[in-house]
Design a protein around this ligand. Structure first.
Ligand code: MN
Length: 493
């Protein structure tokens, strides 16, 4: 079993007891891979218990979307409401609006994000009985690497029944989606314990192997041609060079049935040859030897899933789920996790769609789709969805389509609902952060100033120094961008 901090175990037992007596459950979760797997763990647990339930993935809980939650509670009259992969940061909204609703007997939060007010201990409210918050940050653990939202959900599920140990595979997919395995260098903390439980149970296998994306699903040449992590100069983007790479090594690209071979089809000897050649080329091209050593790492295979599919490794599975979320179809992702074949087919189509959306958005930026302001580059593309704007501007700077000397701000008016909020994403390269730019702080400062000025909530900000976001009322968008640009210019001086 898993060794947990005592207080955390007590809270888990309280949460489990609360669920066992539930008559109707409403489950809410985030839309990324961690949120989707969290939801799938909760839903599967509810199914196994035979509890009536409805579930919904939501982009973000904020002062606007909380009304969507209120509506859902009114419609389904749950006595238990579960929030997973979010909730800690929005606990005041939940306390204010959800706790007191007529049908609601108990709210369970399964989160791992550090609350914005810095709460790292159990609060008074946790003891009142109708709000149970589970968050590793409150138990001396690090929610950015020791445990994901899916991990918290899994521990909750395991506290209900030890027969839910098979759901460890989904906990590991969620943690992988949140990059908690440090790009194949292995899991730590409770993640490592969940992994061990999954290996012992025969649900998961871990091997040292090539960490490039697509070892199960991409034909050998495409494995190199589409490599972006790391980007391999001379191979990435150049199909001819990729064919030549293998032919020089005497490796056949197709099998006897004329089907493209994939990485998993190669024998040990062939794999060794490819790795040696890749390592020597990369050492040649990068100053940093870590880029080469990162090529090999822990590859997590999910033994309960169809082999050689987008579900067979944790990394590809989490990408498939992220593609569902970013195409506003987290529901398909949840169904894939629950074993629905039709959803899997739909998910693969969304994955292709997602790649196409990214490529098209990047191309629009390449065709002059950005402008330069005093303190930032601005991408304002009404065609790019709010769910991918952050990745798109990050990729555009990563590939130097947009210069990297200032942060880049991406604006998306293409949001999933018809509310008044516009999404703004910011990305800054390491060298810009080193010069004193903290995007999260800048966004928060501007938001605070404007909220005060208009004496109402016109902007909400969150994130990290290098990657932050804000939701802004569209009447005030221009002012927010101008103020942010000026403040950034000051910081960059
Ligand atoms: Mn998460």
């Amino acid at each position: 079993m898993i060794d947990l901090p005592t207080e955390m175990e007590q809270e888990l037992v309280r949460a489990a007891n609360c669920l066992k007596t539930a008559k109707q459950v409403l489950a809410l979760s985030h839309i990324d891979a961690d949120g989707i797997t969290s939801m799938a763990i909760v839903v599967e647990t509810l199914k196994r218990l035979g509890k009536p339930h409805i579930w919904r993935n939501i982009h973000q809980i904020n002062s606007e979307s909380i009304y969507e939650v209120i509506e859902l509670v009114k419609e389904s009259s749950p006595d238990v409401v579960i929030f997973s992969d979010f909730g800690s940061g929005q606990i005041h909204l939940i306390q204010e609006h959800i706790i007191g609703m007529k049908s609601v007997n108990c709210v369970i939060i399964l989160d791992h994000h550090i609350p914005p007010d810095g709460r790292t201990t159990l609060g008074e409210d946790d003891l009142s009985g109708n709000l149970i918050e589970l968050n590793p940050c409150q138990h001396g653990l690090d929610g950015s690497k020791d445990l994901s939202g899916a991990g918290v959900s899994f521990l909750f599920s395991l506290a209900i029944s030890s027969e839910n140990a098979d759901l460890s595979e989904l906990a590991i997919v969620g943690a992988t989606g949140d990059l908690q395995d440090y790009y194949g260098k292995g899991f730590t903390g409770l993640n490592a314990e969940i992994l061990r439980l999954g290996i012992d149970g025969g649900f998961i296998q871990v091997d040292k192997d090539l960490t490039l994306f697509g070892i199960n699903t991409r034909p050998l040449p495409k494995l190199l041609q589409y490599a972006t992590d790391p980007y391999i100069p001379g191979l990435t983007g150049d199909p001819d060079a990729c064919y030549y790479f293998y032919s020089e090594l005497g490796i056949e690209l197709k099998d006897r049935e004329d089907q493209w071979k994939r990485w998993v089809d190669l024998n040990q000897d062939e794999k060794q040859k490819v790795i040696q050649k890749l390592v020597s080329e990369i050492l040649h091209l990068y100053d940093d030897p870590r880029v080469a050593t990162n090529l090999i790492g822990d590859v997590t295979t999910l033994l309960l899933r169809p082999p050689r599919s987008e579900m067979s490794t944790a990394k590809e599975f989490s990408t498939l789920l992220n593609a569902c979320g970013r195409n506003k179809r987290s529901d398909i992702g949840v169904k894939i996790c629950l074993g629905d074949d039709e959803a899997f087919e739909a998910g693969k189509t969304l994955l292709q769609q997602h790649r196409a959306n990214l490529a098209m958005a990047i191309r629009r930026i390449e065709d002059g789709g950005f402008e330069e302001k005093e303190g930032a580059y601005i991408v304002n593309d009404p065609e790019t969805q709010d769910t991918i704007i952050g990745i798109v501007i990050g990729m555009a700077q990563g590939s130097r389509i947009i210069p990297t000397d200032k942060p880049v701000l991406g604006i998306s008016t293409n949001t999933s609902d018809d509310g008044h909020l516009v999404k703004l994403s910011g990305r800054a390269r390491q060298q810009v952060v080193k010069r004193g730019v903290n995007l999260k702080e800048v966004f928060s400062e501007v938001a605070e100033e404007m909220n005060e000025k208009y004496d109402s909530l016109v902007a909400e900000a969150g994130g990290h120094p290098m990657a932050a976001g804000a939701f802004i009322h569209n009447d005030h968008l221009e002012e927010f961008v101008e103020k942010t640009s000026s403040l950034l210019a000051l910081k960059l001086q």
